[in-house]
Ligand binder design. Structure first.
Ligand SMILES: NC(=O)c1ccc[n+]([C@@H]2O[C@H](COP(=O)([O-])OP(=O)(O)OC[C@H]3O[C@@H](n4cnc5c(N)ncnc54)[C@H](O)[C@@H]3O)[C@@H](O)[C@H]2O)c1
Length: 659
């Protein structure tokens, strides 16, 4: 069968041959056993409902074994033999460009060069799933190959409910991931309902098909590191940034450190992850001995080198050793996957990687104790450094939250706040989100690098034009973003699809998208797919991350994320998604996003203007209502430009009235 025929066949009538478990691939850790005997039967019944009863006798023992061995039923046998990657859009079978664009984005999320655990359909963050199993993948690709512009596919946590009649302006796909009745949204609920095959953790851009490899995060991380050094009023040259994780997102840190111009040390316990990032050129050097690391770092600092070094080991060892060796850390953070602390997100210090994996599956209670012990030790070491002048910030991975739950010395004197701020409270919130700047991105569906280069040039031109009359308040952002897009080609950021990330505000996003649509209509470039990370101005309600700089008490509400996705869906998004969990963990955040296909038509122009305007400004309005002065400035400016926009603004109360 050709690639197209395989897609169109969906779940084949004849079962494909059994697949061998390939140990050379980075696999998801075994999930803990959580189902009772009755629930195990239910999980198997759930899995088998995708197949004709004639296959049940063959598949039942196989699926039972998968559940027993890996804690989940991935249906490995159904994994296709063709190579999965973002092919040029014309190579996909289908009846409409929008559905083909979705196929391209789905395949990008599962590309071996992009995905963290490709055989388990996990894109990043340890558990960020595109689908729960390979039957779902096959069915979805088949539905997309049949879909017309008059249909919408409803996606329930990886499961395609089916194609429903709709209309050409409706989203082609509506994705929900991990949406739970709130009382059933604790970490163990995820383990249980995911093992049953009825829910999945979509992270942010994994289950919404908008992941573009570590580039997606490099830009945001570069901005954070640059502004972190600005905050401590020190030049990155000769400065030291210490952090951890070389995984899906965290792997961006060394590259961002290099672009910012400092010395970066990034610890990683998984040698496969380190090798991947090193071979991709995302980290310059790898050192396995902590004393040797200290010596190398001292010389890099004194020579003001721009270099990134991976430490092949546990981050706690780095913090402790640097304290003993009197190495001054300027910026410190952490990007282990603490949103998922008990199932492979955080590896305790003093324990070999394999032993830890074994313990988390077979003795989860003991493993949890080890994680918490390690977090207390981790915090103690950080505290020593901060007493010596290090600026430590939480990097949106729930470090402060989990350290506090582990009983670490991490609370501020008032016993309510944490001792340290999150990067959103100090940097991203006031400097970016409140003004509407966020991780806008696009993918050139032709797969041609020339198209990407052309879009880079178009975007740069648009931003330079806007900057000429931008107010003083956003000049720094505009300069940083122009510098970023100018260096984007040289920094070789593409892994997987021909994609680009570029922080932009509402004006920038609308004008860049309009310029792309025009270039497509003139035949200068092919189809472009727009999107963004959910980690943005309006897409995410997350009290310890994206909305951590909301101080009116509403940061524990999720109205904004829900309003955002509903608004996007009727303003022209090609697909929308809304997720429980993403970044900081199941039950801790609601986040959503969109994808939008630009094909050079007037329809695309109408949709982009309407949707991108709402997608940014509704979040600014909410931030303004929370009394964030930068957002009040931004939304007032927008109201001046657009008389149809009328936003409720807050009044400020004189504090003296309360005395
Ligand atoms: N700040 C942001 O903008 C942002 C963006 C995306 C993700 N995140 C968060 O950052 C975290 C990391 O995301 P990711 O996609 O890289 O996850 P990931 O699971 O792919 O990578 C985390 C890495 O940390 C390593 N690790 C775990 N414990 C360690 C330890 N004690 N010492 C050294 N290495 C250790 C793991 O082996 C893994 O490779 C997640 O919680 C994610 O939600 C933050």
């Amino acid at each position: 069968m050709t690639f197209k025929e395989e897609i169109q066949a969906g779940i084949p009538n004849q079962l494909p041959a059994l697949k061998k478990y390939d140990p050379s691939i980075n696999h998801a850790p075994k999930r803990k056993k959580i189902l009772s005997k009755e629930e195990t039967k239910l999980a198997l019944q759930n899995a088998l409902r995708y197949f004709d009863p004639e296959h049940h006798p063959t598949l039942l023992p196989e699926f039972r074994e998968e559940l027993e061995k890996y804690g989940r039923i991935y249906m490995y046998r159904l994994r296709p033999d063709y190579k999965i990657y973002a092919r040029p859009i014309d190579e996909y079978p289908g009846k409409c460009e929008q559905a083909k664009a979705l196929m391209l984005m789905i395949q990008n999320n599962l590309d071996h060069a992009v995905a963290q655990h490709p055989h388990e359909l996990i894109t990043y963050g340890g558990n960020g799933a595109v689908f729960q199993n390979w039957a779902q993948y096959r069915l979805v690709m088949q539905y997309l190959s049949e879909m017309t512009m008059e249909q919408t596919l409803a996606m329930y946590s990886g499961h395609p409910l089916g194609l429903f009649p709709s209309h050409k302006d409706a989203p082609r796909v509506v994705v929900t991931n991990g949406m739970m009745i709130p009382n059933y949204s604790k970490p163990d609920d995820w383990e249980k309902f995911n093992a049953l095959g009825v829910s999945q953790y979509g992270q942010m851009t994994a289950g919404s098909y908008m992941y573009i490899g570590p580039q997606g995060i490099v830009h945001g991380t570069t901005i954070t590191v640059l502004n972190g050094f600005r905050k401590i009023k020190k030049s990155p040259k000769g400065g030291l940034f210490v952090t951890s994780g070389l995984g899906g997102m965290s792997g961006a840190q060394p590259k961002a450190g290099n672009i910012a111009g400092c010395v970066t040390v990034c610890a990683e316990v998984n040698q496969k992850a380190t090798q991947t990032r090193h071979s991709q050129g995302w980290v310059d050097e790898v050192i396995s001995d902590v004393s040797e690391l200290g010596t190398r770092v001292k010389s890099a600092i004194s020579n003001k080198e721009v270099v990134s070094i991976a430490y092949d080991g546990n981050i706690v060892d780095v913090w402790e050793h640097f304290s003993e060796a009197n190495i001054k850390i300027d910026l410190g953070s952490d990007q282990t996957s603490l949103h998922n602390p008990w199932a492979g997100g955080y590896y305790p210090v003093g324990m070999n990687y394999e032993v830890a994996n074994e313990m988390m599956a077979n003795n989860p209670d003991a493993f949890k104790k080890e994680v918490q012990k390690s977090l207390r030790r981790h915090t103690e070491a950080i505290n020593k450094h901060t007493a010596n002048g290090t600026y430590f910030f939480d990097y949106g991975n729930a470090f402060l939250l989990e350290a506090s739950r582990a009983g670490a010395d991490i609370m501020a004197e008032n016993g309510i706040d944490f001792r340290y701020s999150s990067y959103v409270q100090d940097i991203m919130g006031p400097m970016c989100f409140d003004y509407g700047f966020g991780p806008f991105r696009w993918v050139c569906a032709s797969g041609k690098s020339e198209d990407l280069a052309k879009t880079d040039a178009i975007a740069c031109e648009v931003l330079e034009e806007i900057k000429k009359h931008s107010p003083e308040e956003i000049q720094q952002q505009m300069s940083d973003n122009i510098q970023w897009i100018k260096g984007a080609q040289e920094n070789k950021l593409v892994v997987g699809s021909q994609a680009r990330i570029l922080y932009a505000d509402a004006e920038g996003r609308v004008k860049i998208a309009s310029a792309f649509n025009k270039a497509i209509s003139e035949g200068k470039i092919g189809t472009v797919i727009l999107g963004r990370d959910h980690h943005d101005v309006s897409g995410t309600d997350s009290p310890f991350r994206e909305t951590s700089n909301i101080y009116d008490g509403s940061r524990f509400t999720a109205d904004m994320a829900i309003q955002n996705v509903i608004g996007d869906s009727f303003r022209g998004a090609t697909w929308v998604s809304i997720h429980n969990g993403g970044g900081v963990g199941w039950g801790e955040v609601i986040n959503g996003g969109f994808g939008m296909v630009l094909d050079g038509t007037k329809d695309a122009q109408r949709r982009l203007e309407s949707m991108l305007f709402w997608d940014v400004n509704n979040g600014i309005a909410r931030r303004g209502w929370a009394r964030n002065k930068e957002a009040i400035f931004a939304i007032k400016r927008e109201m001046k430009k657009n008389p149809e926009l009328k936003v409720t603004l807050p009044n400020f109360v004189d504090d003296d009235l309360f005395n």
